[in-house]
Design a protein around this ligand. Structure first.
Ligand code: NAD
Length: 378
């Protein structure tokens, strides 16, 4: 039988994205899938109910949860939502499986098949489903706008009758998906941009965007295209080289991360104390501990020497139309793997994208690291 795909309103504070957009609803409809969304689910992302064609609108979340065969979410479902889901149904979205063991136990016990999009293998085939990439791009873009707004300086060079304004010096730390988007955005605003990363291949990527590569003499390529954690010696070397360099910088955007670890601490309090008054740091890694020692998630701090350190949270949700469009498209591309003729759900457990993204299925925790974490604590 054809499945019903459901979406409810996101309830986490500040979350304005929605997991299904009208365009993706149309694509699912073409696959003969039934659609059921809670009234107003797309409102915060500016997608009114009426823009979802051929979609049933339910008055409340409960009516969706009790009928959906597949629930698409942005934030992980709450315990109440899990309790209201049909036994044996499927959830797809962010799940942060390492953060909330109670949620994973609830999904296991209700025999829900849950997929954590953070676990999707980052292979070439998975690129169109990669929510980490699509949402990191939004964060990199937005971080630069926040910095430009907070900075007491222009980004671009201006030649005016009142004299020449020198461009702001902008340093991007970490040149993954978010960092490269930050470099491109800061360049478009006219900043004098430079960047660095510990993966050697980023040198060419940074330069290809017209930014200068800062040589700090530390190379730490890890596995799977990611960075590895620096040794204490490497970290000291990076910090010593950076401390001198950032004295002349106006804006820093930090985006450095190592999968499965706390964000690497790159800028110490002493380094911030050495920066110019009026300098701004926007720390995208705030939610995972921050790349800067001064950062506090969700706060803007002005230090005694006049440096502003901003620790934004959930940046992707602040650009909800485009972030939702990309996120919903990522989920569609993932779900499409499992939609057979006539809108029937068929999970292919031999497909590594399905198998490795799954956290719970048929009353068991399938993801080994999560199983150890959750069942070690029962
Ligand atoms: P991420 O969010 O894990 O890390 C962000 C950046 O921080 C990385 O570039 C990392 O090298 C850097 N970093 C870590 N420690 C650092 C330190 N001490 N100092 C400076 N920089 C540090 O990474 P990401 O943006 O999700 O992706 C990283 C890589 O994976 C990129 O090469 C990206 O192109 C690749 N990727 C591949 C695919 C795919 O093929 N499907 C998808 C997404 C990303």
């Amino acid at each position: 039988m054809a499945i019903t795909v459901g979406v409810v309103r996101e309830t986490v504070a500040g979350e304005r994205r929605v997991a299904l957009t009208p365009d993706v609803a149309k694509k699912l409809k073409a696959k003969a899938v039934g659609l059921l969304i809670e009234h107003g689910a797309g409102n915060a992302a500016s997608f009114a109910d009426a823009t979802y064609k051929d979609t049933e609108i339910a008055a409340d979340a409960r009516s969706v949860l009790g009928r959906a065969d597949v629930l698409l979410t942005v934030q992980p479902p709450s315990l109440d939502e899990i309790a209201a889901l049909k036994e044996g149904s499927v959830t797809i979205g962010y799940l942060s499986p390492h953060l909330a063991p109670e949620r994973i136990k609830a999904l296991r016990d209700r025999k829900i098949t849950s997929f954590a999009m953070e676990l999707l293998p980052r292979t070439t085939r998975a690129q169109a489903m990669d929510v980490l990439s699509s949402q990191a791009g939004v964060a990199g873009y937005k971080a630069v706008l926040i910095a430009a707004e907070a900075s007491p300086k222009f980004f671009p060079m201006l030649t005016t009758a009142a004299g020449t304004i020198r461009p702001s010096k902008v340093l991007i730390i970490g040149a993954g998906v978010a960092g490269l988007q930050a470099i491109a955005t800061a360049r478009r605003l006219g900043g004098q941009v430079e960047g660095f990363d510990v993966r050697p291949e980023t040198k060419e990527q940074i330069q290809s965007l017209g930014a200068k590569y800062v040589e700090l003499g530390v190379s730490a390529a890890g596995t799977g295209g990611y960075a590895r954690e620096l040794t204490p010696e490497e970290r000291a070397q990076q910090q010593a080289a950076l401390a001198e360099h950032i004295k002349g910088v106006d804006v820093i955007i930090t985006t450095a991360a190592v999968p499965g670890r706390k964000a690497p601490r790159i800028i110490t309090k002493a380094m911030v104390d050495g920066m110019k008054p009026g300098a701004v740091i926007v720390d995208i890694a705030a939610e995972t501990g921050g790349n800067c020692e001064v950062t506090e998630a969700g706060k803007t701090i002005t230090t005694a020497n006049g440096v502003t350190v901003i620790g934004p949270v959930n940046l992707a949700a602040t650009t909800p139309i485009h972030a939702s469009e990309m996120y919903a498209k990522n989920l569609y591309n993932f779900l499409e793997l499992s939609i057979a003729e006539g809108g029937v759900l068929k999970l292919d457990w031999d497909d590594e994208l399905i198998a490795k993204t799954c956290v719970t299925h048929a009353g068991q925790i399938k993801h080994e690291a999560t199983k150890a974490l959750v069942e070690g604590s029962t």
